[in-house]
Every structure is written in C-alpha cells, then in structure tokens.
Design a protein around this ligand. Structure first.
Ligand code: KIV
Ligand code: ZN
Length: 521
C-alpha cells in the first residue's frame, strides 16, 4: 500500500516521541507524551512515531495511549526485524485502527553487517523481506528502514528496497543514520533508487536524516527535490547525538522557498510551530540556543539600528517570514492585576493552549500571585506560567514548600529548604559558594543525590526589572547515564534555580524507572 496517492503532498513524519526521546536526558512520561501527540496533531503532522513498543512496558503503554487518543494522524510504532518486536508494535498501534503503522528496520551497510549483525547480504535481504511480510500480515501500513542506508552500497540498497516493497512495505525510509550524507550525494541516491528499483512507484520514499554535520535539513530538502515524499523529523531537531532534521526548519524552508519545490507542500499549520517548540522544550527540559532558526528567541530580533529602521519601514527589508507566520507571540502587555478568569483563559486559548477546569484554577491562582509581584504581564509570561503550572506537576515527586537563602559580599552563603514527598516533610540547611550552590547542596542532602550542574542558563521571559526569570539547567547525577535537564520559573532567581534543580532530581528517578528493561533500537 502506498499511503501517499497525493504526490504533491510531502508527508511529515514526526519522531519527537521516539528518536527525539533518544536525546540524552529527554525522557517523557505518559501524560507528557500524550500532550505532545495532541500538539502534533494540531500542528498538522501526518504521522506520529510514538515510540518503540518492545523497548519497555512504559514505551508500549505510551504508544498504545497515543494510538487510542489520536484522532487524525497515523500512529507508528518502531520494531526491529524480529517477530516479538513486530507483535508488540502491532498490538500497541492497534487502537489507531487503519491509521496504525509498523516501522520495521534492519541495518544494511557493510560496517553494520560485519560488526553489528554478523550477517551476509542474502541473510539481510531474507530477514528484511520476512519481517515486512509478517508485519504486513498484522497491519496494512508498513514502513521499512534499511538502517545506515546512506553508507550502504547503492546496488545492495536497491535490492533490499525492491524486496521489502514486494513483501508489502508502503513506505521505504532511507536513513542517514550517522549524519554522514552530503546533499548532492544524498539526492543522487534517491534518484538512483527511483531509477533502479522496478517497483519503486508502489511505495513512498522517505528520508530520515541525522544532524552530525549540521546537514540534516539540507539533506532532507535535497532528497525531496530528488523524489522523496516523506520527511522524518523532530520538533527542535531533537534526537540521537546531534539530533534529527528539525521539523520547523524543513517545513518553513519549503514554505518560504516555494520556488524550489514547485507544487509540493506539507500539511503543517505553521502558526503552531512556536508553541509546539515551547511545549517540547518545557517537557524535556532541553532549552534551545537563542539563535535557533525559526523558533529561537533571537529568530526575529533585530539588534542593529540599520536593521530596525528598515524593518519599521518595511518588514521585508530584513524578514523573509513574519513572526506571526510561525506563531511567535507579540510582546505587548496583555493582562494585569485586575484581569479576570475569562480574560486569562481567552488569552491562553488564543495562544493555542488548552486547559481543563483544574488547570484553569491553578493557572488563575499562579497568575494572581504573579500579578501581585509584577505589574505588566506579557504573552511570554503567560506561556511560561502555563508551562510551569500545567506541566510542572506531571513529573513531580519532591515539592518545595519553603526556601530561605542568605548571601553577601563577605558572608558565607546559606540556604534552608523544606521539601515534601509522599506526605513527609524534610527540612535541612547548607552552605555553598553563593546562594544557588547553597540551595543545591541542601536539596542534594535532603534527596540523597549528588549532582554536578554542567550547564546553567537564566533568561528573562519578558521585559522589566520584575520579569519572570526562567532557569534551565543540566545536571550530571552520580550514577546516571547522562545529564538531566530541569526548568524553574520565578521572579526570584534563587527560587527559580531551586525549582529547576528539583525538576532535574524528579526527572532522574523517572528516567531511571524508564530505562529499566529498555533495549536500544
Ligand atoms: O537513524 C536511524 O537509522 C533510525 C532508524 C531506526 C530509522 O532512527
Ligand atoms: Zn534516527
């Protein structure tokens, strides 16, 4: 089955919940995955790869829950070319009905055949063919990926691709697994497959590019121009190592440079890009660099006077797309102390955020507290507040109920912290090299962990001396596989630092649970 009879449509296959989650420290819990899946559907992606069901019971449950909750997108589960993986993927995507997809993969390059699989070429072809045929007996929509395709001999790759299409694959994905491809060569590889695989028109050609050389978006675009009709990508370019092709970049490149793509288009609603990016940053605790294309804080900021002057006269002097076209909020003052619930809900709804009754009450409470401390409340404040209130709870185990810190030029910094967990209250005090260090030492003592802060960033989410400060940090805990991210928000930056560190502590135990029993794709 070729799932793309519409050849003018480039299918956007989002793998934030699978490859994106393989970014070190980017683990998400089930509620968070559901929230991201909902946002991805609103964004208009065509396929959501929701996870790798055999990897762990948590992964299985997440794919199944996303399949159940989904309304429009195809829901995909990853599987090695093994019957037990395929059975798990079929079962997990089953609630999506005929929108379910199984994504089967097997490495094909010489280096993987020799060192990873210890298999000859004919064994690879046989295993791939059998796996696809088996998956197809359980699910009509099957995708196959010859892992490390870009380093596979083109003749052998063509042989594998032909075999899996014969066996029932409706999509054949060509991964640049290690981010080695170069745009011209990668386009030629797609052209080669189009020319040398006799049944290629029975399947959609997909690409899945990693960003090790910073070429993932360029390679994906080159492949589309050469005939690929599905792009695998992630929000914010999350993914293994240097990440995957960034969805927001590839989509906007196709939109802004229509001249390069004829009638080809994606179904993504670009006005949702900013908020989806923010959601993923907030859930994973992985902040973006300010100058990140499309969704970074500086993407539409004009610093030099000459630029500002030009933009005021005509935005097109220095802007190739408008901030509105990707949903970047304006920095106008929107609400204040006297604004009521209806205004708050109305404004957040306009910004695209959904709220249950319970969330509304909590946000209203936090909004009033903030309005007492801060006169003017901007879009940026509201988004940050929403993320902290709605999302901050989903992963909490430890919560902070009291913080006092003292520091000065010639005084030893001290902190007293009270934390609660499972109804028990723990209070302790510590000193440190400055108030943040003292607070962190105190949290370490109470929680029984030892963390080294590898990265610490503080940004003001809006204007003014009373702006909310958002702290994003990454912590390497003793015994943890990789550094873990955390975020905190407050008008008091010591408190924001404490919340961010505690967020990382809470994510540590969540990540440890998730990794128990997980396999590597
Ligand atoms: O990078 C890769 O090759 C993958 C496959 C599983 C598609 O993620
Ligand atoms: Zn990948």
């Amino acid at each position: 089955m070729n799932p793309n009879p519409d050849t003018e449509r480039v299918i956007i296959f989002d793998t934030t919940l699978r490859d994106g989650e393989q970014s070190p420290g980017a683990s998400m819990n089930l509620d968070e995955k559901l929230e991201i899946a909902r946002a991805l559907e609103q964004l208009g992606v065509d396929v959501i790869e929701a996870g790798f069901p055999i990897a762990s019971p948590g992964d299985f449950a997440a794919v199944e829950a996303v399949a159940k909750a989904s309304k429009r997108a195809r829901i995909c589960g990853l599987a090695r070319s093994l019957p037990k993986d395929i059975d798990a993927a079929a079962k997990a995507v089953a609630p999506a009905g005929d929108r379910g997809r199984i994504h089967v993969f097997l490495a094909t390059s010489a280096i993987h055949r020799q060192f990873k699989l210890n298999k000859a070429k004919d064994e690879i072809v046989k295993q791939a063919r059998e796996a696809v045929a088996y998956a197809h007996s359980l699910c009509a929509d099957v995708e196959f990926s010859p892992e490390d395709a870009s380093r596979t001999e083109p003749e052998f790759l063509a042989e594998v691709v032909q075999a899996v299409i014969e066996a029932g694959a409706g999509t054949v994905n060509i991964p640049d697994t290690v981010g080695y491809a170069y745009p011209d060569d990668f386009a030629k590889l797609i052209e080669y497959l189009n020319a040398h695989v006799p049944n290629i028109n029975d399947a959609v050609i997909s690409v899945h590019c990693h960003n090790d050389l910073g070429l993932a978006v360029a390679n994906s675009l080159a492949a589309v121009r050469a005939g690929a009709r599905q792009i695998e990508c992630t929000i914010n370019g999350l993914g293994e190592r240097a990440g995957n092709c960034a969805l927001e970049e590839v989509v906007m490149a196709m939109r802004v440079r229509k001249d390069q793509f004829g009638h080809l288009q994606t179904g993504v609603i670009s006005e949702h890009l900013y908020r989806t990016s923010r959601l993923v940053q907030s859930v994973t605790g992985l902040p973006l660099q300010r100058n990140k294309a499309i969704v970074g804080d500086n993407a539409f900021a004009h610093e030099s006077g000459i630029h500002q002057h030009g933009v005021i006269k005509n935005p097109e002097t220095y802007e190739i797309m408008t901030p509105q076209s990707v949903g970047v909020p304006t920095n106008n003052m929107v609400l204040g102390k006297h604004s009521g619930k209806a205004a708050l809900v109305g404004h957040l709804t306009t910004l695209g955020f959904e709220m249950s009754e319970e969330h509304t009450e909590r946000i209203m409470h936090a909004f009033k507290e903030l309005a007492d401390r801060k006169k003017e409340i901007y879009d940026g404040d509201l988004i940050a507040l929403y993320e902290a209130v709605v999302r901050g709870r989903t992963i909490s185990q430890w919560t902070m109920s009291y913080l006092h810190s003292a520091a000065g030029t010639s005084a030893v910094a001290t902190a007293t912290v009270r934390l609660e967990k499972d109804g028990e209250v723990h209070t302790d005090a510590a000193t440190g090299h400055g108030p943040v260090d003292a607070v962190i030492n105190c949290i370490d003592r109470i929680c029984g962990v030892e963390g080294k802060v590898e990265d610490y960033r503080l940004r003001a989410v809006s204007h003014g001396r009373d702006a909310l400060g958002e702290v994003s940090l990454r912590v390497q805990f003793t015994g943890a596989r990789s550094a873990i991210g955390g975020k905190g928000l407050s008008t008091d930056i010591i408190e924001a630092s404490a919340i961010a560190y505690l967020d990382a502590v809470n994510r540590l135990s969540f990540e440890q649970d998730r990794l128990q029993g997980a396999g590597e794709p």
